[in-house]
Design a protein around this ligand. Structure first.
Ligand SMILES: Cc1ncc(COP(=O)(O)O)c(C=O)c1O
Length: 378
Protein backbone atom coordinates (compact mmCIF):
# COMPACT_ATOMS: atom_id res chain seq x y z
CA UNK A 1 0.00 0.00 0.00
CA UNK A 2 1.44 3.38 -1.02
CA UNK A 3 -0.77 6.27 0.14
CA UNK A 4 -1.20 9.40 -1.98
CA UNK A 5 -0.29 11.66 0.93
CA UNK A 6 0.93 11.13 4.52
CA UNK A 7 -0.44 13.81 6.82
CA UNK A 8 -0.34 11.48 9.84
CA UNK A 9 3.40 11.00 9.36
CA UNK A 10 3.93 14.76 9.16
CA UNK A 11 1.93 15.22 12.36
CA UNK A 12 4.05 12.68 14.22
CA UNK A 13 7.14 14.78 13.51
CA UNK A 14 5.66 18.02 14.90
CA UNK A 15 3.13 16.70 17.44
CA UNK A 16 4.61 18.34 20.55
CA UNK A 17 4.81 21.79 18.99
CA UNK A 18 1.28 21.57 17.56
CA UNK A 19 -0.25 20.46 20.85
CA UNK A 20 1.57 23.12 22.80
CA UNK A 21 0.54 25.86 20.32
CA UNK A 22 -3.12 24.82 20.29
CA UNK A 23 -3.31 24.29 24.07
CA UNK A 24 -2.40 27.96 24.51
CA UNK A 25 -5.41 28.98 22.41
CA UNK A 26 -7.82 26.90 24.49
CA UNK A 27 -6.35 28.30 27.69
CA UNK A 28 -6.57 31.90 26.44
CA UNK A 29 -10.15 31.45 25.22
CA UNK A 30 -9.85 33.75 22.20
CA UNK A 31 -10.69 32.02 18.94
CA UNK A 32 -11.41 34.69 16.31
CA UNK A 33 -9.15 37.53 15.09
CA UNK A 34 -6.68 37.47 17.96
CA UNK A 35 -2.92 37.58 18.34
CA UNK A 36 -2.19 34.35 16.47
CA UNK A 37 -3.92 35.50 13.29
CA UNK A 38 -2.17 38.91 13.35
CA UNK A 39 1.21 37.30 14.02
CA UNK A 40 0.74 34.71 11.27
CA UNK A 41 -0.44 37.39 8.80
CA UNK A 42 2.79 39.29 9.38
CA UNK A 43 4.99 36.18 9.25
CA UNK A 44 3.45 34.78 6.08
CA UNK A 45 3.47 38.17 4.31
CA UNK A 46 7.17 38.51 5.21
CA UNK A 47 7.78 34.98 3.93
CA UNK A 48 6.19 35.95 0.60
CA UNK A 49 8.20 39.18 0.45
CA UNK A 50 5.17 41.51 0.65
CA UNK A 51 3.92 44.08 3.18
CA UNK A 52 0.45 42.84 4.10
CA UNK A 53 -1.39 39.56 4.62
CA UNK A 54 -5.08 39.11 5.44
CA UNK A 55 -6.18 35.73 6.82
CA UNK A 56 -9.48 34.46 5.42
CA UNK A 57 -11.65 31.34 5.57
CA UNK A 58 -10.30 29.41 2.54
CA UNK A 59 -8.38 29.68 -0.71
CA UNK A 60 -11.66 30.10 -2.57
CA UNK A 61 -12.52 33.06 -0.34
CA UNK A 62 -9.00 34.48 -0.76
CA UNK A 63 -9.60 34.59 -4.54
CA UNK A 64 -13.16 35.90 -4.25
CA UNK A 65 -12.27 38.63 -1.73
CA UNK A 66 -9.14 39.63 -3.69
CA UNK A 67 -11.27 40.07 -6.82
CA UNK A 68 -13.86 42.08 -4.83
CA UNK A 69 -11.13 44.25 -3.29
CA UNK A 70 -9.80 44.93 -6.79
CA UNK A 71 -13.27 46.15 -7.78
CA UNK A 72 -14.18 43.23 -10.06
CA UNK A 73 -17.93 42.67 -10.37
CA UNK A 74 -21.00 42.32 -12.58
CA UNK A 75 -20.28 42.80 -16.28
CA UNK A 76 -16.51 42.41 -15.95
CA UNK A 77 -14.38 39.62 -17.40
CA UNK A 78 -11.31 37.94 -15.93
CA UNK A 79 -8.83 35.89 -17.96
CA UNK A 80 -7.70 32.63 -16.37
CA UNK A 81 -7.00 28.97 -17.24
CA UNK A 82 -9.30 25.94 -17.40
CA UNK A 83 -6.66 23.50 -16.17
CA UNK A 84 -7.12 24.26 -12.48
CA UNK A 85 -9.32 23.38 -9.54
CA UNK A 86 -12.80 24.78 -10.25
CA UNK A 87 -12.51 27.20 -7.29
CA UNK A 88 -10.32 29.45 -9.45
CA UNK A 89 -13.20 30.32 -11.75
CA UNK A 90 -15.98 29.93 -9.16
CA UNK A 91 -14.39 32.86 -7.31
CA UNK A 92 -14.65 34.94 -10.50
CA UNK A 93 -18.29 33.89 -11.00
CA UNK A 94 -19.21 34.74 -7.36
CA UNK A 95 -18.30 38.39 -8.04
CA UNK A 96 -20.72 38.46 -10.99
CA UNK A 97 -17.84 38.58 -13.50
CA UNK A 98 -17.26 36.06 -16.29
CA UNK A 99 -14.17 33.86 -16.64
CA UNK A 100 -12.43 33.73 -20.03
CA UNK A 101 -10.01 30.87 -20.53
CA UNK A 102 -6.68 30.73 -22.31
CA UNK A 103 -4.78 27.55 -23.02
CA UNK A 104 -1.79 26.31 -21.05
CA UNK A 105 1.88 25.90 -21.89
CA UNK A 106 2.36 22.20 -22.73
CA UNK A 107 5.42 21.84 -20.48
CA UNK A 108 4.57 23.85 -17.35
CA UNK A 109 0.76 23.27 -17.35
CA UNK A 110 0.36 26.98 -16.51
CA UNK A 111 -1.07 29.95 -18.48
CA UNK A 112 0.42 30.30 -21.96
CA UNK A 113 1.47 33.97 -22.30
CA UNK A 114 1.15 33.81 -26.12
CA UNK A 115 -2.43 32.57 -25.73
CA UNK A 116 -3.09 35.46 -23.33
CA UNK A 117 -1.74 38.01 -25.79
CA UNK A 118 -3.80 36.56 -28.67
CA UNK A 119 -7.00 36.61 -26.59
CA UNK A 120 -6.42 40.20 -25.43
CA UNK A 121 -5.68 41.40 -28.96
CA UNK A 122 -8.81 39.69 -30.28
CA UNK A 123 -11.03 41.04 -27.51
CA UNK A 124 -9.59 44.54 -27.78
CA UNK A 125 -10.61 44.62 -31.43
CA UNK A 126 -14.22 44.04 -30.30
CA UNK A 127 -16.16 46.84 -28.65
CA UNK A 128 -16.67 44.87 -25.43
CA UNK A 129 -12.95 44.10 -25.09
CA UNK A 130 -12.99 46.75 -22.40
CA UNK A 131 -14.87 44.40 -20.11
CA UNK A 132 -11.66 42.50 -19.36
CA UNK A 133 -10.37 43.85 -16.03
CA UNK A 134 -7.97 41.27 -14.67
CA UNK A 135 -5.70 38.31 -15.35
CA UNK A 136 -5.68 35.41 -12.90
CA UNK A 137 -2.78 32.99 -13.54
CA UNK A 138 -2.53 29.78 -11.49
CA UNK A 139 0.80 28.43 -10.23
CA UNK A 140 -0.41 24.90 -10.78
CA UNK A 141 1.12 21.83 -9.11
CA UNK A 142 3.70 24.14 -7.47
CA UNK A 143 5.20 25.39 -10.75
CA UNK A 144 5.07 29.19 -11.11
CA UNK A 145 3.36 30.59 -14.18
CA UNK A 146 5.59 32.64 -16.51
CA UNK A 147 5.18 35.81 -14.45
CA UNK A 148 7.78 37.81 -16.44
CA UNK A 149 5.71 37.61 -19.63
CA UNK A 150 2.30 37.71 -17.92
CA UNK A 151 3.12 40.89 -15.95
CA UNK A 152 4.51 42.57 -19.05
CA UNK A 153 1.38 41.78 -21.10
CA UNK A 154 -1.03 42.71 -18.27
CA UNK A 155 0.73 46.05 -17.75
CA UNK A 156 0.55 46.80 -21.47
CA UNK A 157 -3.20 46.16 -21.48
CA UNK A 158 -3.69 47.91 -18.14
CA UNK A 159 -5.07 44.84 -16.37
CA UNK A 160 -4.89 43.93 -12.68
CA UNK A 161 -3.05 40.68 -11.94
CA UNK A 162 -4.34 38.43 -9.16
CA UNK A 163 -2.32 35.26 -8.57
CA UNK A 164 -3.79 31.92 -7.60
CA UNK A 165 -0.89 30.59 -5.52
CA UNK A 166 -3.06 28.04 -3.68
CA UNK A 167 -0.75 25.19 -4.76
CA UNK A 168 2.56 27.03 -4.64
CA UNK A 169 3.58 28.28 -1.17
CA UNK A 170 7.26 29.21 -1.42
CA UNK A 171 7.63 28.72 -5.21
CA UNK A 172 9.73 31.36 -6.95
CA UNK A 173 10.01 32.93 -10.35
CA UNK A 174 13.33 34.66 -11.04
CA UNK A 175 14.20 34.51 -7.33
CA UNK A 176 10.94 36.21 -6.25
CA UNK A 177 8.18 34.39 -4.38
CA UNK A 178 4.85 33.75 -6.10
CA UNK A 179 2.02 35.84 -4.71
CA UNK A 180 4.25 38.94 -4.78
CA UNK A 181 4.03 39.72 -8.52
CA UNK A 182 0.42 40.76 -8.98
CA UNK A 183 -1.61 43.36 -7.09
CA UNK A 184 -2.91 40.51 -4.92
CA UNK A 185 -1.72 36.94 -4.25
CA UNK A 186 -4.06 34.22 -2.96
CA UNK A 187 -3.21 31.16 -0.87
CA UNK A 188 -5.13 28.17 0.48
CA UNK A 189 -4.18 26.40 3.71
CA UNK A 190 -6.33 23.34 2.97
CA UNK A 191 -4.74 20.45 4.92
CA UNK A 192 -3.02 18.79 1.92
CA UNK A 193 -1.30 21.96 0.66
CA UNK A 194 2.48 22.47 1.02
CA UNK A 195 1.51 24.69 3.96
CA UNK A 196 -1.76 23.28 5.28
CA UNK A 197 -3.74 23.71 8.49
CA UNK A 198 -5.98 21.20 10.24
CA UNK A 199 -9.12 22.61 8.64
CA UNK A 200 -9.91 25.28 6.06
CA UNK A 201 -8.02 28.55 5.78
CA UNK A 202 -6.58 31.03 3.31
CA UNK A 203 -4.74 34.32 2.92
CA UNK A 204 -4.50 37.24 0.52
CA UNK A 205 -1.11 38.98 0.37
CA UNK A 206 -0.52 42.42 -1.12
CA UNK A 207 1.89 45.35 -1.09
CA UNK A 208 -0.91 47.90 -1.22
CA UNK A 209 -2.34 49.35 1.96
CA UNK A 210 -5.70 50.15 0.32
CA UNK A 211 -6.25 46.48 -0.61
CA UNK A 212 -5.22 45.39 2.88
CA UNK A 213 -7.79 47.77 4.42
CA UNK A 214 -10.56 46.73 2.03
CA UNK A 215 -9.91 43.02 2.61
CA UNK A 216 -10.10 43.44 6.40
CA UNK A 217 -13.56 44.97 5.95
CA UNK A 218 -14.74 42.40 3.40
CA UNK A 219 -13.81 39.43 5.59
CA UNK A 220 -15.49 40.80 8.72
CA UNK A 221 -18.99 42.21 7.99
CA UNK A 222 -17.59 45.51 6.68
CA UNK A 223 -16.96 46.48 10.29
CA UNK A 224 -14.50 49.32 10.90
CA UNK A 225 -15.15 49.70 14.63
CA UNK A 226 -17.34 47.53 16.86
CA UNK A 227 -20.85 47.61 15.33
CA UNK A 228 -19.92 50.31 12.81
CA UNK A 229 -20.36 48.79 9.33
CA UNK A 230 -19.21 50.82 6.37
CA UNK A 231 -19.86 48.21 3.65
CA UNK A 232 -21.62 44.87 3.20
CA UNK A 233 -18.82 42.49 4.06
CA UNK A 234 -19.18 38.79 4.84
CA UNK A 235 -17.75 36.43 7.43
CA UNK A 236 -14.57 34.77 6.20
CA UNK A 237 -11.78 34.71 8.78
CA UNK A 238 -8.82 32.49 9.42
CA UNK A 239 -9.33 31.26 12.99
CA UNK A 240 -6.87 31.38 15.89
CA UNK A 241 -6.39 27.60 16.08
CA UNK A 242 -5.50 27.32 12.39
CA UNK A 243 -3.20 30.36 12.64
CA UNK A 244 -1.36 28.84 15.63
CA UNK A 245 -0.90 25.56 13.72
CA UNK A 246 0.22 27.36 10.57
CA UNK A 247 2.77 29.41 12.54
CA UNK A 248 4.39 26.15 13.68
CA UNK A 249 4.27 24.65 10.19
CA UNK A 250 5.61 27.79 8.46
CA UNK A 251 8.93 27.18 10.18
CA UNK A 252 9.19 23.84 8.37
CA UNK A 253 7.91 24.96 4.96
CA UNK A 254 11.29 25.58 3.29
CA UNK A 255 12.66 22.27 4.63
CA UNK A 256 9.59 20.39 3.36
CA UNK A 257 9.76 22.14 -0.03
CA UNK A 258 13.46 21.25 -0.37
CA UNK A 259 12.62 17.64 0.48
CA UNK A 260 9.88 17.68 -2.19
CA UNK A 261 12.45 18.95 -4.71
CA UNK A 262 14.94 16.22 -3.80
CA UNK A 263 12.25 13.57 -4.05
CA UNK A 264 11.00 14.90 -7.38
CA UNK A 265 14.54 14.54 -8.72
CA UNK A 266 14.71 10.93 -7.53
CA UNK A 267 11.28 10.11 -9.01
CA UNK A 268 12.29 11.66 -12.35
CA UNK A 269 15.53 9.65 -12.43
CA UNK A 270 13.49 6.51 -11.75
CA UNK A 271 10.57 7.18 -14.08
CA UNK A 272 11.89 9.05 -17.13
CA UNK A 273 13.67 5.90 -18.43
CA UNK A 274 10.27 4.14 -18.40
CA UNK A 275 9.03 6.54 -21.08
CA UNK A 276 6.43 8.51 -19.12
CA UNK A 277 6.67 12.31 -19.33
CA UNK A 278 7.92 13.67 -16.00
CA UNK A 279 7.37 17.21 -14.64
CA UNK A 280 10.07 19.75 -15.33
CA UNK A 281 11.20 23.11 -14.06
CA UNK A 282 11.14 25.63 -16.87
CA UNK A 283 12.70 29.04 -17.45
CA UNK A 284 13.23 31.07 -14.30
CA UNK A 285 10.98 28.86 -12.17
CA UNK A 286 11.62 27.27 -8.80
CA UNK A 287 9.08 24.47 -8.54
CA UNK A 288 7.82 23.33 -5.11
CA UNK A 289 6.12 20.14 -6.35
CA UNK A 290 2.80 20.37 -4.57
CA UNK A 291 1.97 17.45 -6.87
CA UNK A 292 4.15 15.15 -8.94
CA UNK A 293 2.25 14.81 -12.22
CA UNK A 294 3.31 12.50 -15.03
CA UNK A 295 1.81 12.08 -18.48
CA UNK A 296 1.13 8.94 -20.51
CA UNK A 297 -1.29 7.88 -23.26
CA UNK A 298 -2.08 4.80 -21.16
CA UNK A 299 -3.16 6.87 -18.15
CA UNK A 300 -6.45 5.14 -17.38
CA UNK A 301 -4.99 1.65 -17.67
CA UNK A 302 -1.99 2.62 -15.56
CA UNK A 303 -4.20 4.12 -12.86
CA UNK A 304 -6.33 0.97 -12.69
CA UNK A 305 -3.19 -1.23 -12.59
CA UNK A 306 -1.68 0.80 -9.73
CA UNK A 307 -4.96 0.88 -7.80
CA UNK A 308 -5.16 -2.92 -7.88
CA UNK A 309 -1.67 -3.03 -6.37
CA UNK A 310 -2.50 -0.63 -3.55
CA UNK A 311 -0.88 2.48 -5.05
CA UNK A 312 -3.11 5.53 -4.75
CA UNK A 313 -3.11 8.07 -7.57
CA UNK A 314 -5.34 11.02 -8.47
CA UNK A 315 -6.04 13.15 -11.55
CA UNK A 316 -5.68 16.92 -11.30
CA UNK A 317 -8.01 17.49 -13.11
CA UNK A 318 -9.97 14.97 -15.20
CA UNK A 319 -12.49 17.50 -16.62
CA UNK A 320 -11.17 21.00 -17.39
CA UNK A 321 -13.31 23.84 -16.04
CA UNK A 322 -14.65 24.93 -19.46
CA UNK A 323 -16.06 21.41 -19.95
CA UNK A 324 -17.77 21.21 -16.54
CA UNK A 325 -21.58 21.18 -16.44
CA UNK A 326 -21.51 24.12 -14.02
CA UNK A 327 -19.98 26.22 -16.83
CA UNK A 328 -22.02 25.07 -19.79
CA UNK A 329 -23.47 28.57 -20.22
CA UNK A 330 -20.06 29.83 -21.35
CA UNK A 331 -20.49 27.88 -24.57
CA UNK A 332 -16.97 26.47 -24.93
CA UNK A 333 -16.72 23.61 -27.41
CA UNK A 334 -14.99 20.26 -27.20
CA UNK A 335 -12.04 21.33 -29.30
CA UNK A 336 -11.39 24.67 -27.60
CA UNK A 337 -8.17 24.92 -25.54
CA UNK A 338 -6.52 21.93 -27.28
CA UNK A 339 -3.54 21.51 -24.91
CA UNK A 340 -5.77 21.62 -21.82
CA UNK A 341 -8.09 19.10 -23.44
CA UNK A 342 -5.34 16.71 -24.57
CA UNK A 343 -3.46 16.77 -21.28
CA UNK A 344 -6.62 16.17 -19.23
CA UNK A 345 -6.73 12.66 -20.70
CA UNK A 346 -3.07 11.90 -19.97
CA UNK A 347 -2.08 13.41 -16.63
CA UNK A 348 -1.69 11.32 -13.48
CA UNK A 349 -0.63 12.53 -10.01
CA UNK A 350 1.52 9.95 -8.24
CA UNK A 351 1.83 9.44 -4.47
CA UNK A 352 4.07 12.27 -3.31
CA UNK A 353 4.77 13.94 0.05
CA UNK A 354 7.91 14.92 2.00
CA UNK A 355 7.69 11.94 4.37
CA UNK A 356 7.43 9.38 1.56
CA UNK A 357 10.16 6.74 1.82
CA UNK A 358 12.63 5.76 -0.88
CA UNK A 359 11.24 2.21 -0.81
CA UNK A 360 7.70 3.52 -1.45
CA UNK A 361 9.04 5.46 -4.43
CA UNK A 362 10.83 2.34 -5.61
CA UNK A 363 7.59 0.34 -5.28
CA UNK A 364 5.79 2.90 -7.49
CA UNK A 365 8.63 2.67 -10.05
CA UNK A 366 8.55 -1.12 -10.13
CA UNK A 367 4.80 -1.27 -10.64
CA UNK A 368 4.89 1.34 -13.42
CA UNK A 369 7.67 -0.64 -15.08
CA UNK A 370 5.63 -3.84 -14.76
CA UNK A 371 2.62 -2.15 -16.33
CA UNK A 372 4.61 -0.97 -19.33
CA UNK A 373 6.38 -4.30 -19.79
CA UNK A 374 2.94 -5.79 -20.38
CA UNK A 375 1.76 -2.80 -22.54
CA UNK A 376 4.46 -2.07 -25.10
CA UNK A 377 3.54 1.44 -26.36
CA UNK A 378 3.63 4.30 -23.89
C1 LIG B 1 -5.46 26.10 -7.65
C2 LIG B 1 -6.43 26.19 -6.52
N1 LIG B 1 -7.20 27.29 -6.41
C3 LIG B 1 -8.08 27.43 -5.40
C4 LIG B 1 -8.22 26.46 -4.44
C5 LIG B 1 -9.25 26.64 -3.36
O1 LIG B 1 -8.72 26.57 -2.09
P1 LIG B 1 -9.66 26.09 -0.84
O2 LIG B 1 -9.86 24.63 -0.99
O3 LIG B 1 -8.86 26.45 0.35
O4 LIG B 1 -10.92 26.87 -0.94
C6 LIG B 1 -7.42 25.32 -4.50
C7 LIG B 1 -7.43 24.25 -3.47
O5 LIG B 1 -8.28 23.55 -3.13
C8 LIG B 1 -6.52 25.17 -5.58
O6 LIG B 1 -5.77 24.07 -5.69
Amino acid sequence: MVPFIGLKRQYRGIEKEILSATRKIFEKGRFILGEEVSAFEKEFARYCGVRHGVGVGSGTDALYLALKAAGIGEGDEVVTVANSFIATSLAISFTGAKPLFVDIDPKTYTMDPDGLEILLKREKAKRDGRKIKAVLPVHLYGHPADMGSIMEIANRYDLIVIEDACQAHGAKYGGKKVGSFGALGCFSFYPTKNLGGYGDGGMVVTNQKRYDKKLRLLRNYGERKKYRHILKGGNSRLDEIQAAILRVKLQYLDRWNEQRRRQAKIYTEMLAPLGVVCPSERGRAKHVYHLYVIRTRKRDGLQRFLRRRGIETLIHYPIPIHRQKAYKELGYRKDDLPVTKRWAGKILSLPFFPEMTKSEMEEVRQQIEKFFTGNRSR
